[in-house]
Design a protein around this ligand. Structure first.
Ligand SMILES: Cc1cc2nc3c(=O)[nH]c(=O)nc-3n(C[C@H](O)[C@H](O)[C@H](O)COP(=O)(O)O)c2cc1C
Length: 353
């Protein structure tokens, strides 16, 4: 069957992956309320199209942190791509490079940072750091990413401890058996550290630790996982360069708002001082348009990239990105937007039901 939309990839990926891998990718925390709402909240928003504008030329290009991307559709950090496809993150990086968009590599990549960069040397890449308890390791990871040409450091803030994913517990999911966290040591240092020996994500990370991180890098710092105006204002005060409004795909604290529902509060609070992005539940071109109309500079995709990988590796990721870019192009044309600058709140019908 032809794969014509992102959920077609979802259905086929489900058939291809083992039950425990599928559950790991799809799973949400606790009752999965937020995981589901990330998607349904988009569907409650209605659009206000404008017609009789010349939309024979539609330009989807934009910038993030001053760098051009072909469309405001990029790739969120997700762990362990080798679970979905043997080449893992190397395939993802190649597809992102071909699409001209940004790929955020996870701390928990299953390929080494060096191999990911070698696979796509011209790729636009950011590095996501789960701040570790071991400060030396944090410093090494940051410096390694910086010297490998990663252009921003994304600090994930919503994992002071892991969310409770019931299916993974039922499946007795054990990633340490077959995966090595290749990023924890550079190739010079020899073998990767097996998962079971890895350092831990710091649960004591606080706002006042940001200055330490800032002192270790010249890269812009982006905070991923902000959901409230209070934290958004603190982010501005602490001189970070961007925020990704995210609830970790509903995998951390359950019963927080859908990302799209938290976006307005965060975007309003930062008053345009830093860039705001969004991930969580984006599955169609209209979803991308809605996120931009409500204040996001760009959206990031989590699970759909893993579906693409599971179906067809690099080409599957390329197809997922192309489908969404084409849908977004159509959404822009059908609402009368010729450029990203023309997407604004007037496209959204208020009050929302
Ligand atoms: C299988 C999986 C692994 C993930 N691993 C990470 C990670 O290593 N670091 C991180 O910051 N977020 C991680 N996330 C969260 C994603 O970056 C993103 O916030 C979320 O998937 C977006 O929602 P979506 O899947 O609906 O697009 C992961 C999500 C999934 C589904």
């Amino acid at each position: 069957m032809a794969l014509v939309c992102l959920t077609d990839f979802e259905a086929q990926a489900r058939q291809r992956l083992s039950k425990s891998t599928w559950d790991f990718i799809e799973g949400g925390a606790d009752e999965g309320i937020t995981r589901v709402e990330n998607i349904t909240a988009f569907k409650k928003i209605r659009l206000r199209p404008r017609y009789l504008r010349d939309v024979s030329k539609v330009d989807t290009r934009t910038t993030i942190q001053g760098e051009e991307i072909s469309a405001p559709i990029c790739i969120s950090p997700t762990a362990f791509h080798c679970l979905a496809w043997p080449d893992g993150e190397m395939s993802t990086a190649r597809a992102a490079q071909a699409a001209g968009i940004c790929y955020i590599t996870s701390t928990y990549a299953s390929c080494s940072l060096e191999n990911i960069v070698a696979a796509a040397p011209r790729g636009h890449r950011w590095f996501q750091l789960y701040v570790q308890t071991n400060q030396q390791l944090n410093k090494q990871l940051i410096q390694r990413a910086e010297s490998l040409g990663f252009k921003a450091l994304v600090i994930t803030v919503d994992v002071p401890m892991h969310g409770n994913r019931r299916q993974d517990i039922r499946n007795q999911l054990d990633l340490k058996g077959n995966l090595m966290l290749k990023d924890f040591k550079s190739p010079k240092e020899g073998n990767s550290i097996p998962y079971c020996q890895m350092s831990f994500i710091s649960s004591s990370l606080c706002w006042n630790h940001l200055s330490w991180l800032q002192s270790k890098t010249r890269l812009p710092i982006i905070l991923k996982g902000i959901l409230t105006k209070e934290d958004a204002q603190l982010a501005v005060k602490h001189n970070v360069h961007g925020i990704i409004v995210s609830n970790h795909g509903g995998r951390q604290l359950d019963e927080v708002p859908a990302s799209i529902d938290a976006l307005t509060e965060v975007a309003t609070a930062v008053k345009g001082k830093i860039e705001v992005y969004l991930d969580g539940g984006v599955r169609t071109g209209n979803d991308v348009l809605k996120a931009l109309a409500l204040g996001a500079k760009c959206i990031f995709l989590g699970r759909p990239i893993l579906w693409g990988l599971a179906c067809k590796g690099e080409h599957g990721v390329e197809e997922v990105l192309n489908i969404l870019k084409n849908e977004f192009h159509t959404s822009m044309a059908l609402t009368g937007c010729r450029s990203i600058a023309e997407i604004n709140r007037d496209l959204i019908q208020f009050p929302r039901l």
